[in-house]
Unconditional design. Structure first.
Length: 303
């Protein structure tokens, strides 16, 4: 109603201007620019070829932006899925390590948010009231708040840690260690096993009763859904927009795979590859990691 479209039409009609092309700069439809150039081509027949070429170029740019966005989200998910911190088994140390885990994950999410905003030519300053252009508790709440998971409809298992450990999964190092592994560990400690650098220290930690903390599966699901909702919002948001966007409406019907189905194989592989996380000093770049990120990005594009 604030646009006063009818008043504009009447005013232009009084001036003899009856051919009108409308374009919503606040919340344009996903194919809004395509429709605009098609309408202009009808009105400006001599420029139809140029407008068609411009339309095709914009479509290619839009597809490339979306592909880049999925790669950014996939890389973030691999980083956090592979993140694995070891801790002495006492409560104080576990809570301290969990706090570190939380902070690393939060900062990594913020990094991808900033990258997505830049890729779509938005700035954090464009949203002074909302760090993200989305409304609802799921965005206002901390990533590791259980209610944020419930708001997204993500089932939280009974085994998920609560309190200071919320959103973290414990891996009990001493469970399932065979005599063969202990013997192998002895060789590693003596410098006789060439693979000691990668696995030997983890086995040594197990034998000492250390525990490992990783980000819970439910939090990985939440991260994926939040970032996909952000991408959907940015793709549908005009640069003249000021208000927040409803994330649930954007994700409706597209997120069942992220809520309930098994985690993608790429994330399961990352779980077993802590050297894939750029968030720790143990990071090792590899062609396998790059290929896994690419496959996960393709999966995210299919949603």
């Amino acid at each position: 109603p604030d646009q006063r479209i009818d008043e504009w039409r009447n005013a232009m009609a009084r001036l003899g201007l009856h051919a009108v092309v409308e374009f919503d700069t606040i919340a344009p439809p996903l194919d809004g620019e395509d429709q605009l150039y098609d309408k202009l081509a009808l009105l400006l027949d001599t420029h139809a070829h140029t407008l068609k070429a411009l339309k095709q170029d914009i479509a290619q740019q839009r597809a490339q932006r979306h592909q880049d966005a999925m790669a950014l989200v996939a890389d973030m998910l691999i980083d956090i899925a592979a993140l694995r911190l070891s801790s002495p088994p006492d409560t104080a140390d576990l809570e301290k390590t969990a706090a570190t885990l939380h902070e690393l994950a939060r900062k990594r999410e913020q990094k991808v948010i900033d990258a997505l905003l830049r890729r779509y030519n938005f700035r954090n300053a464009d949203f002074p009231s909302h760090p993200l252009p989305l409304q609802g508790e799921r965005w206002d709440m901390d990533l590791f708040h259980p209610q944020a998971l419930k708001d997204m409809g993500i089932h939280v298992g009974k085994g998920m840690a609560a309190g200071a450990m919320a959103g973290a999964t414990l891996d009990m190092f001493t469970a399932g260690i065979s005599l063969g592994a202990a013997t192998l560990l002895g060789a590693a400690a003596g410098g006789l096993w060439q693979g000691a650098d990668k696995l030997g220290r983890r086995l040594l930690g197990r034998m000492r009763g250390y525990q490992e903390l990783t980000v819970d599966d439910a939090v990985l699901r939440l991260l994926a859904m939040r970032e996909l909702a952000l991408v959907a919002a940015l793709e549908r948001r005009g640069h003249a927009a000021q208000g927040p966007v409803d994330a649930s409406a954007l994700m409706a019907g597209r997120d069942e795979a992220l809520r309930k189905e098994k985690l993608p194989e790429e994330l399961l592989e990352a779980r077993a590859s802590p050297e894939w996380s750029t968030l720790t000093d143990a990071y090792q770049p590899s062609a396998r990691r790059a290929e896994t990120v690419k496959k996960l990005a393709t999966f995210l594009q299919s949603l």
